[in-house]
Design a binder for this molecule. Structure first.
Ligand code: SAM
Length: 263
């Protein structure tokens, strides 16, 4: 079966660019400390915003982005060309079967990607393979949103959880440290921060609301079977938007970055 990203429509690119502002460029930049000559891989680069950021900030490095969706890679390439970023290139491909030689990179960065994979171990093994000894991996993910909320709304929390389990293969992200260890990584770290995309106090901001509508709500409109059929999908969409629009609502969600060193 041909692999495909769940939200592979072109407007998704624009959402990813806007979502970058919500996540915060500062937050991504703070995960890097690079020396001239180092090579960075952005695994599952999407629109390429993170790889552009790193390549601009550290012009002495070489940055490569890879993504499964060819139209996203084309967009990312075009942006790099328009901005005349010389130390940045893109390839289409699958992060579970990377088209790179062993020991080609010093840092592998992979944000909001690994939870789309049925077998994340295969990507983690590939990250270990393409890293040089002393190289670092950083895997950023966010929890399933609308679990820690007030007022409590069980149909919302449960509906999103079930939808994510259907769409995202149901494995637990807390097992990533163990997966990194099994792939041979050492000094495993787990950094947590507020997920700025799905956390709010007093209803979703307009930018968050738009992002929720263009991700979770759009996925349900595209594929109502994610909620077990059209009626359930419509009900869940109502729950999501009603909660986002309630100016008393509070949502707390966590952003995790797992790290490891290749010995
Ligand atoms: C939510 S987006 C995140 C993009 C980007 N890392 C960011 O932070 O904005 C997920 C990306 O993962 C890509 N993707 C999903 N499965 C992939 C795979 N097996 N190999 C490479 N890319 C993949 C999708 O095409 C999409 O661009």
């Amino acid at each position: 079966m041909t692999k495909k990203y769940l939200l592979d429509r072109l407007p998704e690119i624009e959402r990813l660019e806007r979502q970058a502002e919500l996540i915060g460029l500062d937050r991504v930049r703070d995960h890097f400390s690079l020396a001239d000559g180092e090579a960075v891989l952005d695994a599952g680069c999407g629109s390429g915003w993170a790889s552009r950021l790193v390549a601009r900030e550290w012009p002495g490095t070489t940055v490569t982005g890879i993504d499964l969706t060819p139209s996203f890679v084309e967009y990312a390439r075009q942006c790099a060309e328009n901005e005349q970023i010389k130390n940045l290139s893109y390839v289409s491909g699958d992060i579970t079967d990377l088209p790179f030689e062993n020991k080609s990179f010093d840092v592998v960065w992979s944000q909001l990607v690994i939870f789309f994979l049925p077998e994340p171990e295969s990507a983690i093994a590939e990250f270990a393979r393409v890293l040089r000894p002393g190289g670092q991996v950083k895997i950023a993910v966010t929890e399933s949103p609308f679990e820690t909320i007030w007022p409590e709304r069980p149909p919302l929390s449960q509906g999103i959880r079930e939808m994510r389990e259907k769409a995202l293969h149901g494995w637990r992200m807390a097992c990533i440290p163990q997966m990194l260890k099994s792939a041979g990584f050492q000094d495993i770290t787990v950094e947590t921060a507020v997920d700025r995309v799905h956390s709010f106090n007093g209803g979703a901001s307009p930018a968050q609301r738009r992002n929720i509508e263009e991700s979770y709500v759009q996925a349900l409109r595209d594929d109502p079977s994610l909620a077990g059929g059209k009626d359930n999908a419509d009900r869940l969409i109502g729950e999501i938007l009603n909660f986002a629009d309630d100016n008393e609502s509070v949502s707390i969600n966590t952003h995790w970055v797992f790290g490891g060193n290749k010995p």
